[in-house]
Design a protein around this ligand. Structure first.
Ligand SMILES: NC(=O)c1ccc[n+]([C@@H]2O[C@H](COP(=O)([O-])OP(=O)(O)OC[C@H]3O[C@@H](n4cnc5c(N)ncnc54)[C@H](OP(=O)(O)O)[C@@H]3O)[C@@H](O)[C@H]2O)c1
Length: 315
């Protein structure tokens, strides 16, 4: 097997860590670009850590020199006083250009399921993702665009926090009818998909791939599955989306987080987290949740906390 250098953004974060772990296990060199270089590093000296230099194109290009691939997981989940979608779009474009200038052979870019559909609904998260997909397609570097809807597995936010809410709240609210669907993918399966694209033969054409697990749940069905797996009796109630949003706004300061955004609720209810493509990962959430019932949702996973506490592991 030939070994190469792969640059992975956020290899001390969530999906980036799973991807780096697999690349290292295959004997490759891995360099991460990150703004959180002091998070716990399970890879020791095997992982090269470089600071992300968004505002310095020459340094950004240098940090990509010699790399066979760039695997980009960087994005922001919502607009916030410390970060915005517009900045994330500009930064990612700068990263793409730096990869091009450095002669990177292939870019593996993590997008989102159904970016164009979400953009057409006026959702800024999806508009940014759709813009970046278009940008990458015209960059002139072979690429794979991976489109997850929801990832789960140690360190995730959404599935963990649904389980947390079922454990801790007196009732669990389902927005509207709750019949909109999701196809969660295990983060390790997602990493396998990313690594298969990163290690692909040089002749492999560019591709856009929906990243989805084998099970399809309605949102209500997912909450019911987790509730029975965790042996809970929390009532599941249907609430208007506006009321659910207000409840999540009230909960936010109590857990020090932005629990859910209006956009995320709108995307979820519009069915943007499921697609007609075949599954691309084998691990079912139901069985995984059964195996992790003792720990799933025992601690709230805070997105804002992860941005503030940059020396702590996500887990
Ligand atoms: N997790 C999911 O369920 C899910 C679902 C659909 C799509 N995705 C997409 O998958 C990709 C990776 O997601 P992930 O869950 O694995 O995320 P993550 O590890 O939490 O974030 C990826 C990297 O982005 C950087 N980042 C995140 N939020 C930031 C912020 N507000 N300001 C500055 N930097 C920030 C972090 O870099 P540092 O290392 O610098 O801290 C992090 O390592 C993203 O493009 C996301 O949109 C994820």
């Amino acid at each position: 097997m030939t070994t190469s250098l792969h640059v992975v953004t956020g290899a001390l974060g969530y999906s980036g860590k799973a991807i780096a772990k697999r690349l290292l296990a295959r004997g490759h060199r891995v360099r991460t670009l990150t703004n959180s270089p002091h998070r716990p590093n399970p890879f020791g000296d095997s992982l090269e850590i470089h600071q992300l230099a968004w505002s310095d194109p020459a340094r950004l290009t240098n940090s990509l020199r010699g790399a066979d691939t760039l695997v980009n997981t960087y994005w922001v989940r919502f607009n916030h006083k410390h970060f915005t979608f517009d900045e994330a779009v500009a930064n990612t474009k700068a990263l793409f250009r730096a990869a091009h200038a450095a002669g990177v052979r292939r870019i593996i870019h993590v997008s989102i399921l159904k970016p164009d559909e979400g953009a057409a609904l006026g959702l800024a998260y999806y508009q940014g993702k759709a813009e970046l997909e278009r940008d990458l397609r015209t960059l002139g570097v072979p690429h794979a665009i991976l489109r997850p809807g929801v990832l789960f597995g140690r360190g995730d936010v959404l599935v963990n926090n649904i389980a947390w809410a079922l454990r801790r709240l007196p009732v669990f609210g389902v927005f509207g009818r709750g019949d909109y669907e999701l196809e969660p993918m295990h983060v390790d399966d997602f990493a396998d998909l990313a690594v298969s694209q990163a290690c692909a033969d040089h002749t492999m054409p560019s591709a856009t791939i929906d990243a989805k697990g084998p099970e399809r749940f309605t949102f209500r069905g997912l909450a019911e599955t987790l509730r029975s797996t965790l042996a809970l009796r929390t009532p599941i109630m249907h609430v208007p989306a506006s009321m659910g949003y207000i409840a999540s706004k009230i909960l936010g300061p109590l857990v020090g987080d932005v629990v859910l955004t209006r956009e995320e609720i709108a995307g979820l209810m519009a069915g943007l987290l499921a697609s007609d493509a075949p599954p691309t990962g084998p691990t079912g959430l139901t069985e995984w949740a059964r195996q992790h019932a003792a720990t799933l949702g025992t601690r709230y996973a805070s997105e804002v906390g992860r941005r503030i506490e940059r020396t702590k592991s996500y887990e």
